[in-house]
Design a protein around this ligand. Structure first.
Ligand SMILES: O=P(O)(O)OC[C@H]1O[C@H](OP(=O)(O)O)[C@H](O)[C@@H]1O
Ligand SMILES: Nc1ccnc(=O)[nH]1
Length: 503
């Protein structure tokens, strides 16, 4: 059918094409059918919504479509139904545990980027990968396909450093310290992050509290050429565009299948032209990698994938057995990260990890002698040079460089849990801490999250505060309290863990 475009004031989180009930009946179209919209050289795919928000002879498009394609009000287009894409067959192949060929992986990625695959099919792909995994040939093909379906950054500087955490551990604001420390030493580090996947705050969610994170590649190039670094969101760029689309399904399911994780991270590094990449693998109970053995095996995969892409990769296996620092949630983490940069001081778990990672990068980039990187990183942090660099980054990214951490608003609906008994803290449950912060509204509600007053090994007295939940609404606060009561986020020796009645 031919129709005139009507731009609807709707964000549906997907590519939606609206037609009226009458037109749908005539054309035998059904809700959620995949349709192709063509106008001149433009081809857009979307799923159908039947609605009388549009009249006959019109098609409505949600504003989501306009973020990537220019369509104007009144433009005449043709709309045709499209059958199930061929790539769905390849997804089914993976469901049955078969190995995918390079061309099949490329077709899946192309169809994800073109929006020919809808959420339901993408979630099935993610689930199939979670269950059946990918081998190194498949991972390499996926990584290159993800990078090559988007733009590539070309910065005329050498060496280009990068750091990326596989995530999973609550409170992981570490790279917000690592990037300015490394850049203050004169190295170039154009850091892209994703938003939260399994946690309550991804690095992009945290940085967004005090600076913009959505930039075009040209803007990034300008920022990095000026200050040597950036801290931006990968999803805002047309950089490995399949990544942010698959992350949406991963976030909903709270899974991050290793093969997809490798491709997600390394496709961004490849597209950014990073030559020396440090991967952080937090390891411990309740995070993505629970044992040192698994961590070493994943490390080998990252190094091998790097070799295939022509990148030099090193891996740091780090302690992920409990949250990093004392805060979880975008605004609370932003406060903690900025104050550590400003004062050079902060929780040991944050400072030691950040300077440890930065130190490795300083050695990889050839600005610190072997074995001296961490010391140099600490000096850069304590001297205030890292903070000066961070202020430059904030300013270039449109934030206020004179920001005071304590002025960052945090959720004012609060509730504090106290120790039910005296003793030593024996365990903090990462999954429960993330669950509480998410129930409180993080990462979408920036002020939501929690503040931890104790870490494993510390002694508490009955009644001492253990943690405070912050939320932006009473309803979310209540949900987080209920979640916290159902789980057992902080275990203290001597505590009655569970009472089982005689029934
Ligand atoms: O913890 P979850 O949400 O699973 O993983 C996602 C986080 O891990 C990575 O961290 P970084 O950007 O290297 O600091 C991602 O970019 C993202 O911020
Ligand atoms: N799957 C991923 C984990 C961590 N960071 C990413 O960018 N992607």
């Amino acid at each position: 059918m031919r129709a005139r475009v009507k731009i609807l004031d709707v964000f549906s989180g997907r590519y939606s094409v609206f037609i009226s009930e009458e037109e749908a009946k005539k054309a035998k179209l059904h809700p959620d059918d995949l349709v192709k919209v063509e106008s001149g050289k433009k081809t857009i795919y979307g799923s159908l919504v039947i609605s009388n928000l549009v009249g006959s002879g019109e098609i409505g498009v949600s504003k989501d479509v306009l973020q990537l394609h220019s369509l104007s009000e009144g433009e005449v287009v043709t709309v045709t139904p499209v059958g199930t894409p061929e790539s769905v067959r390849y997804i089914k192949k993976k469901m049955h545990g078969e190995k995918l060929r390079k061309v099949e992986i490329e077709a899946i990625v192309r169809d994800i980027v073109d929006r020919k695959l809808r959420d339901i099919e993408i979630s099935s792909f993610v689930t199939a990968l979670e269950i059946n995994g990918l081998d190194m040939d498949e991972i390499a093909a996926l990584t290159v396909a993800m990078a090559e379906t988007g733009d590539m950054l070309d910065i005329d500087r050498k060496p280009i450093m990068d750091v990326h955490s596989i995530g999973g551990v609550p409170g992981n604001k570490t790279n917000i310290l690592v990037v300015p420390i490394v850049a203050a030493a004169g190295l170039t580090i154009p850091k892209t992050s994703s938003r939260a996947i399994t946690s309550a705050a991804g690095t992009a969610d945290v940085v967004e509290v005090f600076a913009n994170v959505s930039f075009s590649l040209d803007e990034i190039k300008r920022i990095v050429e000026k200050v040597g670094a950036c801290l931006v969101w990968g999803g805002a760029l047309n950089l490995a565009p399949a990544d942010d689309i698959t992350i949406k399904s991963e976030r909903a399911l709270s899974v991050d299948p290793p093969g997809l994780m490798l491709a997600s991270i390394m496709s961004k590094k490849y597209a950014m032209g990073s030559q020396y990449v440090l991967i952080d693998i937090p390891t411990g109970k309740g995070v993505k990698v629970e044992t040192m053995e698994e961590a070493r095996s994943l490390a080998r995969d990252f190094i091998e994938l790097g070799k295939r892409l022509g990148q030099y990769v090193e891996v740091a296996i780090t302690y992920g057995g409990q949250p990093i620092g004392h805060t979880v949630g975008p605004a609370l983490e932003a406060r903690e990260a900025l104050s550590a940069l400003m004062t050079g001081k902060g929780p040991g778990s944050l400072i030691e990890k950040a300077t440890g990672l930065a130190g490795i990068l300083l050695e990889m980039g050839g600005v610190a002698p072997a074995g001296m990187g961490k010391k140099m990183a600490k000096e850069i942090l304590e001297s205030g040079k890292a903070w000066e660099k961070m202020k430059e980054i904030i300013e270039e990214q449109g934030g206020d460089p004179n920001i005071k951490p304590e002025d960052i608003p945090i959720g004012d609906k609060t509730y504090t849990f106290t120790a039910p008994t005296s003793g030593y803290v024996t365990w903090i449950d990462n999954r429960a801490i993330t669950g509480i912060a998410r129930a409180a509204g993080a990462p979408e509600d920036k002020g939501a999250g929690l503040e931890l007053y104790v870490k494993v090994g510390e002694k508490v007295k009955e009644g001492d505060p253990l943690f405070t939940i912050h939320a932006e609404s009473e309803a979310r606060l209540d949900q987080a309290i209920v979640f916290a009561r159902r789980t057992e986020p902080i275990r203290i020796e001597g505590m009655v863990l569970q009472r089982i009645g005689n029934i």
